[in-house]
Design a protein around this ligand. Structure first.
Ligand code: NAD
Length: 258
C-alpha cells in the first residue's frame, strides 16, 4: 500500500478507540497517509484533549472540530485544510446519528424531527462534506469512503429510521460517483456487519443483532473494525482505481444469507 505514502486524508467520526473511523485512521497512518481527524465538539470543553489522547499512537497532523449540522463548522474545517495542506486525497465519512427512541419500537411512529435529523447527519452530510472536499481533490483526483449497513436494503428489527438514512446515503454514493468520476474522484461505501461501538449500542437489542449475524454469516462470526479498515485502505489506494459508486460488504458474507 505504498501509494498512500504522503497522501492527505481527512477522517471524520472518531469518537473513541472502538469507532470504525479510529481503525481506519490507524490503517491509513500505518500506510503512510498524513492525517486530519475531525471530531464532534462536546457541550463540555475537553473534546479535543480526549481525541488527542485517543489518536496519540498515530499522531494526526490536524485535529479539527466538526459538527455537520453547523455549516460554519464545515466551512472552517475546509478553510483550515486549504490553508494548511492545499490538497485532499482521501475523505472518510464515518458519521451517523438518530434519536435513541427511534432505534426501537414501530417504524410507523418515527417523528418528522427524528427522520430529518437522521437524514441530515447520516446521509446529507456526505454531500455537504463532498462539496468542501471537491476543490481540494480536483487537481489529482481522490477517494471518498463512507460507512453503511444492510438495514438500508432489508428490514432489520429496530434499525428503523436509520434504514431510510442509509438507503439515502447509498443513493448519494452512486449519484456523487456519477458526477465526480470525470474528475477522477471515486466515491464508495463499505457496508459493515454489526460491530460494538457507541452508535451501535443505541440500537435496541444490538446484542441480538450481533449474535444473529454471526450465526447466519458464511464465516460464522462477526467482523472487526480492523477488517473494515483494511478495505477502507484498499478503497483509498490506487489498488481500487477501477471501483466507484459501489457498496462493498465487509460482513463475513452475511448479505448472501437467505
Ligand atoms: P461511533 O459512535 O464510534 O461513530 C459515529 C460518529 O459520528 C461519532 O464519532 C460521532 O461523533 C459522529 N457524529 C455524530 N453526529 C455528528 C455531527 N453532528 N457532526 C459530526 N460528527 C458527528 O460509531 P461507529 O459504529 O464507528 O459508526 C461509524 C459509521 O459506521 C456510522 O455511519 C455507522 O452507521 C456505520 N456503521 C456502523 C456499524 C456498527 O455496527 N457499528 C455497522 C455498519 C455501519
Amino acid at each position: 500500500m505504498q501509494d498512500l505514502q504522503g497522501k492527505f486524508a481527512l477522517v471524520t467520526g472518531v469518537a473513541n478507540r472502538r469507532s470504525i473511523a479510529y481503525a481506519i485512521a490507524e490503517r491509513l497512518a500505518h500506510y503512510g497517509a498524513r492525517l486530519a481527524i475531525a471530531y464532534q465538539p462536546a457541550e463540555k470543553s475537553g473534546a479535543e484533549d480526549k481525541i488527542r489522547k485517543v489518536t496519540d499512537e498515530f499522531g494526526p497532523e490536524l485535529l479539527l472540530p466538526l459538527d455537520v449540522t453547523d455549516p460554519d463548522s464545515v466551512n472552517t474545517l475546509y478553510r483550515t485544510l486549504e490553508e494548511t495542506w492545499g490538497h485532499l486525497d482521501i475523505l472518510v465519512h464515518s458519521i451517523a446519528t438518530a434519536m435513541r427512541d427511534e432505534l426501537s419500537g414501530r417504524p410507523s411512529d418515527i417523528s418528522l424531527q427524528g427522520y430529518l435529523l437522521a437524514q441530515q447527519v447520516s446521509a446529507y452530510s456526505l454531500i455537504e462534506l463532498m462539496r468542501g472536499a471537491r476543490p481540494l481533490m480536483t487537481q489529482r483526483g481522490g477517494s471518498v469512503i463512507t460507512l453503511t449497513y444492510i438495514g438500508s436494503d432489508r428490514a432489520v428489527p429496530n434499525y428503523n429510521v436509520m434504514g431510510s438514512a442509509k438507503a439515502a446515503l447509498e443513493a448519494n454514493v452512486r449519484y456523487l460517483a456519477m458526477e465526480l468520476g470525470a474528475e477522477n474522484i471515486r466515491v464508495n461505501a463499505i457496508s459493515a456487519g454489526p460491530i460494538r461501538t457507541v452508535s451501535a449500542s443505541g440500537i435496541k437489542d444490538f446484542l441480538g443483532l450481533l449474535h444473529n449475524a454471526a450465526e447466519k454469516a458464511p464465516l460464522k462470526r462477526n467482523v472487526t473494525q480492523e477488517e473494515v479498515a483494511h478495505v477502507a485502505a484498499f478503497l483509498a489506494s490506487s489498488l481500487s482505481s477501477g471501483i466507484t459508486g459501489q457498496t462493498l460488504f465487509v460482513d463475513a458474507g452475511y448479505n448472501v444469507w437467505g
